[in-house]
Design a protein around this ligand. Sequence first.
Ligand SMILES: Nc1ncnc2c1ncn2[C@@H]1O[C@H](COP(=O)(O)OP(=O)(O)OP(=O)(O)O)[C@@H](O)[C@H]1O
Ligand SMILES: [Mg+2]
Length: 255
Amino acid sequence: MKIAVCGKGGVGKTLIAAGIAHSFAKNGIKTIVIDADPSPNLALTLGLSPEEASKILPISENKELIESKTTTDYSGVYRLSFTVDDIVREYSVQTSFGVNLIVMGTVKSAGSGCTCPANAVVRSLLLHLVVERDEAVILDMEAGVEHMGRGTAKHVDTLLIVADANVKALETAKHIHDLATKTDIKQALLIANKIANNIQKETVERFAEKNNLQILDFVPYDSKVVEAEMRGETPLKYEDSAAMQVIGKLHTKLA
Ligand SMILES: Nc1ncnc2c1ncn2[C@@H]1O[C@H](COP(=O)(O)OP(=O)(O)OP(=O)(O)O)[C@@H](O)[C@H]1O
Ligand SMILES: [Mg+2]
């Protein structure tokens, strides 16, 4: 199963991507979570220390990998395929939650015509990552809609679009959803996050109904998450907190 988590900046993409990955791994499924945000911070949410996170070499900066994958082909044309095993063995970092993390690094816009090897490898890895039935790959995307144009999330089974009750976040969600319906993505579902009361819940429900967005779930606003992040801890360890209770069950709704 390949899932991409996207949405406006700050809505909770990284927390939800990490939480879903954690649940899959806990259930014995080989799980890779890919930080596809050019300013990566998924490592911290997965419980790595800032020192450990700073030692991770992003794929886009892995010269050896890029050369090995791109020297034999015509310039600018790369045919690559990766399996989950390749990636886990060679490029991922194991976190304390049993999730294998891989950090992509910066990928420039495909629209800018960039065909440099690093971009080709990163894009190709996302596009040609072959996933078996009993494996999960979760992509934590950069904020906004640009990645839809680049096609980095094009070959996932499910696009999870995160929004809070703010109309700007909802409009971004709608925009992503509209773009997704023009691609091969099988389903695009909305997750309403940081929902603090019924008014917020109803706001999201009305918006979703009006714009044909299917809601997967509502994640409550949770001060335990905020406090954990303030202390530099991973919120994932507070499994009984209100938000993590809901996030912890999302994988069953997706399976
Ligand atoms: N349900 C929630 N309740 C309270 N706080 C939350 C909740 N979900 C996320 N947050 C907080 O909101 C902030 C942003 O979350 P997160 O980093 O996951 O968002 P993001 O969409 O990945 O942001 P970015 O666009 O910067 O990558 C974090 O401080 C996080 O702790
Ligand atoms: Mg993020």
